[in-house]
Write a protein that binds this ligand. Structure first.
Ligand SMILES: [Zn+2]
Length: 564
């Protein structure tokens, strides 16, 4: 019954783990670089293995989800908005670069890890964070580093196959690699090659702490490694003791697969193309580290819509925390669970979020009454709970679009909001029952709804417009006003606003009719109401708007006056 993509990967991963390391916990992995704000687009790097790991745990297997923090990587460039004096730190490990001004964190990497860790906790993602700074500087990878250096010629030869076969691929290096090349002092050393020979280990200079170093010699017997740095410093260290350096990315990644025994680690399109790190890594782990490459599906790009109009206080980079400020964790989880990793999708910060929420609510109802399709049920279950926890739920769920409309109209007046919302659900005891969804909708309205789309109920009647109305329009307004008291509910007002044009056409108020003429008359009537109530041609759904405006105000704004 659970034949969705998550279940299928879980089957495969469990079988593979039992073959590779029987009786040991299954290891799934993700890698994140805290080189700046961690983009919402990177969340798929975590969610794909999370969902698979969670399914494995649900089946009663022990499973570890590792998140490798690439915090021992070099600081590549100073992002917009940060003091240019940070330029002096380019080339240092992210954990020794000072945090941006005003930060509560001890260094650059910790500053950008923290919000991601908080977001993952909110989303119920259980993981074991591994700091690459701690691993390298503690000497945990000592044997692997020495092995890679001993096998440097073999590694160079493997890389060379791709260099020659894929000479062109160098031109399409992923952005990070390109940035590494561009910012580096030693030319062409992204994979460890340099004028003095091939060395997969790159020391940080013990004088300036930057990686603008070139290894000039290495002795396999003594592990003596000599390097020079652009700052003028040069020295010889023993690699059997040295811990201030790291393997180059294309060797580092397969080394960690072997070290941690990773069985599942997906990667983005940029790492999965021919000649890319994942492909090369597969050969390096087999031939050098004596391990096997993880099962590693390629995941597609996750797009973001509706951020263009955002102020770029944070450089316009949407983070998972931004997404969680407008949607509940379960909904965000669902966006990942429902799509196979190779399907791209969008996370919406624009009006589209309302439709996304409608779909989620429809699915919730179908799951409750047992009519959801099996794959949809699985996605719902993965979104709303994990093996160990249930994600927080809003006790009383009103449609997101309703909450957004009401918050928009009531602009911060809690009492007014509660009064309007009770028209949707008279059982509402207090606003707390509508949280956290209500708070998410409020934040969305206040932050992402463009000013021109906000609803401003008119203070005074639009006399000018009212004076130009023809007799049919006046009659339609009178019919509406006369019907208010009898229809003062969501359903009632829906019947009324659609019904007024029917009555004018000689039909019953609740007649089932949908001729093109009637539809046109309804559209014209709605536009008139919007004009008179909010001064625009569109707005929140009319029944909601009418309830929000209140009967007295409606009578004031829509009074057509005496027949001319
Ligand atoms: Zn130096």
């Amino acid at each position: 019954m659970d034949a969705d993509w998550v279940a299928r990967f879980a089957d495969e991963v469990i079988a593979e783990a039992e073959r590779r390391a029987p009786g040991k916990p299954v290891v799934c992995a993700s890698g994140l670089s805290p080189s700046g704000p961690i983009h919402l687009g990177n969340l798929r790097e975590v969610m794909t293995p999370h969902l698979v790991a969670d399914e494995i745990r649900r089946r009663g297997h022990e499973c570890v989800h590792i998140i490798s923090w690439d915090d021992f990587d070099r600081f590549r460039k100073v992002p917009a908005g940060v003091d240019p004096s940070w330029n002096e730190h380019i080339g240092k490990p992210l954990t020794t670069v000072p945090a941006p001004p005003g930060s509560a964190y001890p260094n650059w990497a910790e500053h950008f890890k923290a919000p991601m860790i908080a977001a993952l906790a909110e989303m119920g993602v259980e993981f074991q964070g591994i700091s690459q700074t701690e691993m390298y500087t503690s000497g945990a990878y000592r044997e692997q580093v020495l092995l890679a250096m001993r096998e440097r010629r073999r590694i160079d030869a493997i890389l060379d196959q791709y260099r020659t076969k894929k000479a062109k691929a160098k031109e399409v290096l992923d952005a990070d690699e390109a940035a590494a090349l561009e910012g580096s002092g030693a030319a062409g050393e992204d994979d460890g090659s340099g004028a003095g020979g091939y060395y997969p280990y790159k020391p940080y200079c013990s004088f300036c702490d930057r990686d603008l170093t070139t290894v000039t010699s290495y002795d396999d017997e003594t592990t003596a490694l000599s390097y020079t740095c652009v700052c003028g410093h040069g020295e010889t260290v023993l690699l059997s003791e040295h811990t201030r350096g790291k393997l180059v990315w294309k060797v580092d990644w397969p080394m960690r697969w072997a070290y941690e025994g990773v069985v599942f680690e997906p990667s983005g399109v940029d790492h999965s193309s021919p000649g890319s790190s994942f492909v090369v890594g597969g050969q390096i782990i087999r031939e050098v580290f004596g391990g096997q490459q993880p099962i590693g599906p390629m995941y597609a790009f996750v797009g973001i819509s509706g951020m263009a109009k955002m102020s770029s206080s944070k450089g316009g980079v949407p983070t998972p925390a931004d997404a969680l400020s407008i949607m509940e964790p379960a909904l965000l989880r669902w966006l990942y669970a429902r799509r196979r990793p190779n399907q791209s999708f969008k996370i919406s910060f624009d009006q589209e979020i309302q439709r996304m929420y409608d779909e989620w609510d429809t699915l919730t109802r179908k799951v409750a009454d047992g009519t959801a399709l099996p794959a949809d049920q699985s996605a719902y279950r993965r979104a709303s709970s994990t093996a160990s926890a249930t994600l927080p739920e809003t006790p009383r769920r009103l449609p997101y679009r309703t909450l957004a409309s009401v918050v928009d109209i009531a602009t911060g007046h809690e009492e007014q909001a509660l009064r309007i919302l009770r028209a949707f659900d008279p059982e509402i005891g207090g606003l707390d029952e509508l949280r956290p969804r209500l708070d998410r909708a409020r934040h969305w309205v206040n932050t992402y709804l463009p000013a021109e789309d906000r609803t401003q109920v008119r203070e005074t009647p639009d006399k000018e417009l009212l004076d130009t109305l023809g007799e049919t329009e006046r009659e339609s307004l009178r019919l509406l006003l006369d019907g208010l008291d009898d229809h003062w509910s969501l359903d009632g007002l829906t019947t009324l606003v659609y019904g007024v044009p029917k009555v004018l056409a000689g039909l019953e108020m609740d007649a089932k009719a949908a001729t093109p003429e009637l539809k046109a008359a309804q559209r014209a009537f709605f536009a008139l109401l919007y004009r008179l109530l909010v001064g625009r041609d569109t707005g929140p759904r009319l029944p909601t708007l009418l309830l929000a405006v209140g009967r007295d105000r409606i009578r004031e704004l829509l009074d057509p006056g005496r027949t001319a």
